[in-house]
Design a protein. Sequence first.
Length: 88
Amino acid sequence: MLVACQPIQPPVRQLIAAPDVPAADTAPNDAIPPPHPLKLTILYDNTITDARLTADWGFAALVEYDGDVLLFDTGAGPILLDNMEQLG
């Protein structure tokens, strides 16, 4: 059995009424400090740009930012460790 449903629509005044929001004070762009440098080292990939490294399916990268270090690794096997050793 099919039942027809009517969409429920809010009153028009709700659709066009907007609250009064004061404009936010914004600082000039030169007041925002530049970001810290980001260093991204590709450790493992299916293509190589460094002859010292071995390529294979998977991906791993070392991300360094503001004193923090993150290892992002989707590979499986000893190639990652070998490539890390080659890069020092």
